[in-house]
Design a protein around this ligand. Sequence first.
Ligand code: PFF
Length: 451
Amino acid sequence: MSEKQGFSSSFGAIMAAVGSAVGLGNIWRFPYIMGQYGGGAFLLVYLAFVFLIGMVLMMTEFVMGRRSQHTPPQAFVSLRPDRKGWRFLGYLCVFTCLMIISQYVVISGWTVNYMSDSASGVMATISATGMAEHFQSFVSHPWHPVLFLYIFTLITAVIILGGVQKGIEAVSKVLMPILLLLVIILCVRSVTLPNSSIGLAYLFSPDFSHLSAEGVLAALGQALFSLSVGMGTMIVYGSYIPENDNIFKTSLMITASDTLIAVLAGVAIFPAVFSFGQKPAGGPGLVFQVLPTVFNSMGTVGTIFAVLFFLLLALAALTSAISLLETIVAWLCESSSCGRKAATLIVSSVVLIIGALCALAYGPLDSFHVLGDNLFDFVDKLNSIYLPPICAIGTVIFLGWQMKKEDVIDELSNHGSITTGYFPFYYFLVRFVAPIALLVVLFTGIYNSLQ
Ligand code: PFF
C-alpha cells in the first residue's frame, strides 16, 4: 500500500490551515459584526471564545485526524472501534462541508464578478445610488451568478486535483503571503485617509451597551466558523500534519493569524467607509454596495484598490473552499474505490448543482421555498444555526468522553517527546466548557429561528 500523502513541512501545514481559516468570514463578516456589537467590547469576548473554545476544537480535530489518519466517519470508528454509531457524526460533518461549500461558492462567485467588473471599469460608472440596484440585478440575473460560481468552483477543483502537496500546500504557501500583503496595503490606504480615526473608533472603542446576549452568541458562532472548526475539515488537515509537529503550537499560530487578519480587515474597511461619509452596513451591503461606492469616491486609484480588495476576498475564499472540497473528496476516496480524479469530478459536480440552485434563489428560483425560506436562506440557516454546532458538540464529546485520555496525551505530546503542561486545562475545556457553550449556541439559535 502506498504511504498516505500529507503536508511536506510544518510551514506548509500552517499555511494550508490558515488558508482554510482565513476566508469570507474574516474579511467580510467579522468586521461588520464587530462594529455592530460594540467594537472593542465584542473583540474581547471574541478573543476569549476564539482561544478558549475555537482553538480547543482545532486541537481536538488535529488530534483525531493525525491519530487516526482518516477522514471524519472512519476517524470516529477507528478511534473507538466498539462504538461504530459515531460514524454517523462523521457523515454529518461531510454533509455539513457540502452544504457550506455550496453556499460559499455562490458568494465567492459574487466576489469574482465584482473583481472583474472593477478591473474592466464597469464598477466605476455606477453611481452611489445605483449600487444597490446593480447588486440586486446581478444576483437575480438568470445565469450570471451561476457562471461566476462555476469559474470559482472549477479553479478550486483544479487545485484539489493537484493533490495535497502539489495542489493545496503549494497554492497556500504562495497565496497566504500575498493575502497578507494585500490586507496591509489596504490598511495603510484606509488609515491614511482623512478622518480615518472615526472608523477606527467605531471599530475599536469598547461599547458594552451594544454587546447584547445576541452579540456574545454571534462571537462564539463567528469564532468557530472563522477557524473552520466543527465540521471535520481540520480532522482531514490534521491527518496531513507532519508527525513531529507540536499540535498546540500549530493551533496557536493558526488561531492568532486568523484573528489578526480579521482585525486587519476591519482596519482596511471602516476608516475608509467613514472617511467617505458612508454608513457601515451589515450583510452583503457592506462589501457589495458600500465599499464599491467608497472605491469610486477615491477616483482613478480607487479602481486599483477595488480590484485589490476583491482579489483579496476571492483568494481568501479560494483557500477556504479548497479545504471544504478536500474534506469531501478525501472522504469519497477513502470510502469508495474512486481515485482522486474521479472523486474530485463527482464532488465538484454535486457542488455545481447545489451551488447553482442556491445562486438562482434570488432570481428565477425565488418562489421555490423550503420550510418557508428560499433555497439560499434555507441552506444559510442549516449552516449557521444547526449543522456546525451539532457537529462541534459531537466532536468535543467524542474526544473528551469517548477517546482514551492516554491516547489524547500521547498524540499531543508526540508520544511523550514534548511537554503538555496545558493538558489539564485543555481537557477541562473540551469535556465541560465547550460542550455547554456550544449547546447554549445551538438551543438559542433554534429558539430564535422559531420566533
Ligand atoms: N473559515 C472560513 C471563513 O472564515 O470564511 C470558512 C470555512 C472554511 C468554514 C472551511 C468551514 C470550513 F470547513
